[in-house]
Design a protein around this ligand. Structure first.
Ligand code: KIV
Ligand code: ZN
Length: 387
């Protein structure tokens, strides 16, 4: 392995993210997002599922024309037709990867695939070998690995390594695992695979644990994390890229020496672009990119951050590409924040006038969810005529 401390960020906003109901994107929109993902510094952009539709195929081809630093990846089931289409969609890519997958859990093999475990291994090996005729960079995923049996996972991984797979992805497809369990699975598989391939993790968020599961996986040897911007994805979504990256950066004390290639200052612009294109707005209290993630409303918190930002901030708005944090004036706000806002708006009141204005502000704040700058201007204009 090149560098044991480097965690590769594999973004699947354009593939798994697009599987969010209502998130379909056209080719031009996908090109805009792919260009921004490259600027963000993601290592691999999963551009789509070539065999899914002619539109998907075309979008992958067009993305290959504009992306030259990140690797462009195309998804394929472990069937010849899919792999050939994936390979053809990547023909013009500077750096290309085929990502092929087949389910490995008893429930999927029996009820969905109706295939024996031996047949699943045969198909996986054939898929990887065919993919290798298009590119050296082949990723294999054990779909529903989170509910697969460990001896079978080891057996199929050995077989696909032998066939040429260079990245082995362990998806928790239905978001079932708890962080310690996911960590233990990755630790055991990492120990088994050793230096033969990179272990990747792909966690879904059905129990709200996708990011925690991804982080525990990194702690236990995963060196690629698959994730999406704003946590978009099938059902409850995928691990949110911004949360995984900022957790590893902010808690560098725990993730000793772990590095990604992400330019975190591009996180916010990327989040906004994806929200604007998909029409899916992150919830206001969403970690890192939600509207309130760097907003302070209570007087105690505002007073704290105005004196020393670190009192209530473990990272700064500027780190993710926002201009600044937000001091929101509302009924919980205190005198310190109110005075600062008045000064920023150019008002210099005597202590007595400030007291009166603050009283009026509190009365107004009881009636409104948020006090905006124009409310303050109005309040002071009235105050000055009444004083
Ligand atoms: O969740 C999943 O298992 C997937 C695979 C195709 C990697 O998205
Ligand atoms: Zn998935």
């Amino acid at each position: 392995m090149k560098n044991d401390k480097r965690v590769y960020i594999f973004d699947t906003t354009l593939r798994d993210g697009e599987q969010s109901p209502g998130a379909s994107m056209n080719t031009e929109e996908k090109i805009k997002i792919a260009t921004q993902l490259q600027r963000l510094g993601v290592d691999v952009i999963e551009a789509g599922f070539a065999a899914a539709s002619p539109g998907d195929f075309d979008a992958i081809r067009r993305i290959c024309e504009v992306v030259d630093k990140s690797t462009v990846c195309s998804l394929a089931r472990a069937v010849d037709r899919d792999i050939i289409q994936a390979g053809e969609s990547l023909a013009d890519a500077k750096h290309k990867r085929i990502h092929t997958f087949i389910a490995t859990s008893p429930i999927h093999m029996e009820h969905k695939l109706k295939m024996s475990p031996e047949e699943v291994i045969r198909r996986a090996v054939a898929a990887v070998k065919l993919a290798k005729t298009f590119t050296d960079d082949v990723e294999f995923s054990c779909e529903d690995a989170g509910r697969s049996e460990m001896p079978f996972l080891k057996e199929i991984l050995d077989a696909v390594i032998e066939a040429g797979a260079t990245t082995l992805n362990i998806p928790d497809t239905v978001g079932y695992r708890l962080p310690q369990e996911m960590g233990a699975i990755i630790e055991e598989l990492h120990g088994h695979v050793g230096e033969r391939a990179i272990i990747s993790v792909h966690c879904h968020n059905d129990l709200g644990l996708a990011v925690a599961n991804s982080l525990f996986s990194v702690m236990n040897g995963a060196r690629q994390v698959e994730c999406t911007i704003n946590g978009l994805g099938e059902r409850a979504g995928n691990a949110a890229l911004e949360e995984v990256v900022m957790a590893m950066k902010t808690r560098a004390d725990v993730f000793e020496g772990i590095e990604t290639g992400i330019n975190t200052k591009e996180i916010y612009p990327t989040s906004r672009l994806v929200a604007a294109i998909t029409g899916i707005e992150p919830q206001p209290n969403k970690a890192i990119v939600g509207k309130n993630a760097f907003a302070h409303e209570s007087g105690i918190h505002q007073d704290g951050v105005l004196k020393c930002q670190e009192t209530y901030e473990i990272m700064h708005a500027e780190d993710i590409g926002l201009e600044t944090n937000r001091i929101v004036l509302g009924k919980h706000s205190g005198r310190h924040a109110f005075k600062e806002r008045l000064e920023a708006l150019g008002f210099d009141l005597s202590p007595e006038d400030l007291n009166k204005a603050f009283e009026r502000f509190k009365l107004l704040a009881d009636k409104k969810k948020e006090i905006f700058d124009d409310d303050i201007r109005m309040l002071i204009a009235n105050e000055i005529t009444n004083i």
